[in-house]
Write a protein that binds this ligand. Structure first.
Ligand code: GLA
Length: 371
C-alpha cells in the first residue's frame, strides 16, 4: 500500500486515555462530519490503547465487551458509512503501554484479526519491548504482516524516535513514524517537539511521514494529556509547525465539543495544502533552533516558508532571497501569501523581514516572480 498524502484523522488518546467506548467513538465520528473536519481532510478515526480485554481469547485480541458491546466490525461499518476510515492500536512489546495484550510474536494473527474487522490504520507502540529483541525486527515483522493480511492498512509506527529509529523505520513498511516522545498540552512540550525535529529533517522516506504526535489544538488544558494548555498564538504555531514539516495531523481534542477558534485553526485549507503537498520534499532550516525558518520546495515551483519565534522575546527575522535560491542575477523575487490572514507581500529589496511576538509564527506560500 502506498500513502501519497500526509495522513489526517482523530485519535482518542490525548483527551480520553482509557475512558473510551463505542458510543464515544461513534459520536466523535459524527462530530468530524458535522463540524466539516471530515471535509477538511480528517479521515481516520483511531481508537488508541485500552480497547481490549486483559487476556487474549482463543489466541486472539478481543475487545472489552463492556466498552465495545457491538464489536469492532460493527464499529468499522458505522465509521465507513460516514465516509471515514477506522484505526486501531497495538504494541510491538509484550504488553501495551497501559498493560493490555500486545502483538509481539502474534503479528500475523493480529494483522489478520484487524483485517477481519475492516481496520484501515494500525498504530503500533513500543512499550515493554524486551531488551534482547531488536526494534527494527519487530516493526519489520508487523510491516510484512500488514502487507500480507489481505487489506490495505496504514502502518503507523510509534517508537518515539528511540533506538535510532530515524535510521531504520523507513525499512519497515511504516507509512508514518513517531519521531519524538509523547506530546502534552503546553507550550514547553510543543516547542521541544519542534526543536527535536531539527537534527532529523533529512531522515524521511517517500510515503513514510515523520509523525510529531497527535495535535493538542482545542484541548485547552483538559483531558488525558491536558497540561497547562496553550494560548491561541501557541496553538497556531503548533499547527503551523506540523504543517510545515509535513507531520500527520491527528486531532486529539474532544471534537464533539470543539470551539470555533480551534475549528478554524484545524480547518485552514491553505495550511493543510502545504502539509499534504504532493512533492513530499525534505524541508531545510535557516536561522537557529530558537528562531527557525523552515523552508520547503513545493510541487510546481512554489516555496513554503515558515517563520517560528520559539523564543520568549520579540524577534525580527531577516533572510535574503539568495538564501532561498534567488540571487540577484536571476532577476526574480517572491510574492508571499500569509496562509492565516491571506495578505500578500513582496520584498522590495533582496531581504525578507518579518517581525514576530514571542511564540508566534507565520507560514507563507511564496511564488517566484519577475522583479
Ligand atoms: C504511548 C504512546 C501514546 C499512547 C499511549 C497509550 O505513550 O506514545 O501516543 O498511544 O502509549 O498507552
Amino acid at each position: 500500500m502506498r500513502v501519497e498524502k500526509t495522513p489526517m484523522g482523530w485519535n482518542s488518546w490525548n483527551t480520553f486515555g482509557q475512558n473510551i467506548d463505542e458510543q464515544l467513538i461513534r459520536d466523535s465520528a459524527d462530530a468530524l462530519v458535522r463540524t466539516g473536519l471530515k471535509d477538511a481532510g480528517y479521515e481516520y478515526v483511531v481508537i488508541d490503547d485500552c480497547w481490549s480485554l486483559r487476556e487474549r481469547v482463543n489466541g486472539k485480541l478481543t475487545p472489552d465487551p463492556k466498552k465495545f458491546p457491538s464489536g469492532m466490525k460493527a464499529l468499522a461499518d458505522y465509521i465507513h458509512e460516514k465516509g471515514l476510515k477506522f484505526g486501531m492500536y497495538s504494541c510491538a512489546g509484550t504488553m501495551t503501554c497501559a498493560g493490555y495484550p500486545s502483538s509481539m510474536d502474534c503479528e500475523f494473527t493480529d494483522a489478520r484479526t484487524f483485517a477481519d474487522w475492516d481496520v484501515d490504520f494500525l498504530k503500533y507502540d513500543y512499550c515493554y519491548k524486551p531488551a534482547e529483541r531488536r526494534g527494527y525486527q519487530l516493526y519489520r515483522r508487523m510491516g510484512l504482516a500488514l502487507e500480507n493480511c489481505g487489506r490495505d492498512i496504514l502502518f503507523s509506527a510509534c517508537n518515539w524516535g528511540t533506538d535510532n529509529s530515524h535510521e531504520w523505520m523507513g525499512t519497515t513498511g511504516a507509512h508514518m513514524w513517531r519521531s519524538t516522545g509523547d506530546i502534552f498540552d503546553g507550550w514547553k512540550s510543543v516547542k521541544q517537539i519542534i526543536q527535536q525535529q531539527i537534527p532529523i529533517l533529512s531522515y524521511r522516506a517517500a510515503g513514510c511521514f515523520n509523525d510529531m504526535d497527535m495535535l493538542v489544538v482545542g484541548m485547552k488544558g483538559k483531558g488525558n494529556v491536558g497540561f497547562t494548555g496553550c494560548t491561541e498564538a501557541e496553538y497556531r504555531t503548533h499547527f503551523n509547525a506540523w504543517c510545515m514539516l509535513q507531520s500527520p495531523l491527528m486531532i486529539g481534542c474532544d471534537v464533539r465539543n470543539i470551539d470555533q477558534t480551534s475549528l478554524n485553526i484545524l480547518s485552514n485549507s491553505a495550511l493543510i495544502g502545504i502539509c499534504r503537498d504532493a512533492g513530499n520534499r525534505q524541508p531545510y532550516m535557516l536561522g537557529n533552533e530558537e528562531v527557525p525558518i523552515f523552508v520547503r520546495h513545493l510541487e510546481g515551483g512554489n516555496l513554503a516558508l515558515g517563520f517560528f519565534n520559539l523564543s520568549d522575546g520579540d524577534f525580527s527575522f531577516r533572510t535574503t532571497l539568495d538564501d532561498l535560491g534567488l540571487p540577484a542575477y536571476t532577476g526574480k523575487t517572491l510574492s508571499l501569501t500569509d496562509l492565516e490572514s491571506g495578505e500578500t507581500l513582496r520584498p522590495t529589496n533582496a531581504t525578507l523581514s518579518i517581525d514576530l511576538a514571542p511564540h508566534a509564527s507565520k507560514v507563507f506560500r511564496a511564488k517566484v516572480i519577475d522583479l
